[in-house]
Write a new protein. Structure first.
Length: 128
């Protein structure tokens, strides 16, 4: 598939988000949280955070998600952390997905950082 054909078939962010969540649910991911980044970050429109019960399940959830994105949308996802299975980041373009083992997720607490009112200094900086 050419880059132009890939761009023409690129799903809307909401469609991609729905398919990401469905994939996570199909693979029994736990505590799935969706965070809307529109207007708060240029890196993606949405972030999804989920947990797997073990390093093996975390890696499997991530691998199956990447496979589904390629099969259904022609998207080649960037993935980091699959080898250790503690925290895998899957970049689908418009949706960033983090899959954690529960104790690693609790330690990094990305939900608190990125949810509205969290301690992450994102958004418009007020001028003095």
């Amino acid at each position: 598939m050419t880059a132009q054909a890939s761009a023409e078939n690129h799903p809307a962010p909401q469609e991609l988000l729905a398919r990401v969540i469905a994939s996570l649910e199909d693979d029994k991911a736990e505590e799935i949280v969706e965070i809307d980044l529109r207007g708060r970050s240029d890196m993606a429109d949405y972030m999804v955070i989920a947990s797997g019960r073990s390093a093996r399940q975390v890696a499997s959830i991530a691998e199956k998600l990447a496979d589904r994105m390629k099969l259904e949308f022609g998207l080649v996802c960037k993935m980091e952390g699959k080898d250790t299975g503690d925290w895998v980041l899957i970049d689908t373009g418009d949706v960033i997905v983090h899959v954690f083992r529960p104790e690693v997720r609790e330690f990094y607490d990305l939900e608190k950082m990125w949810q509205p009112g969290g301690h992450m200094g994102i958004g418009v900086r007020e001028e003095d």
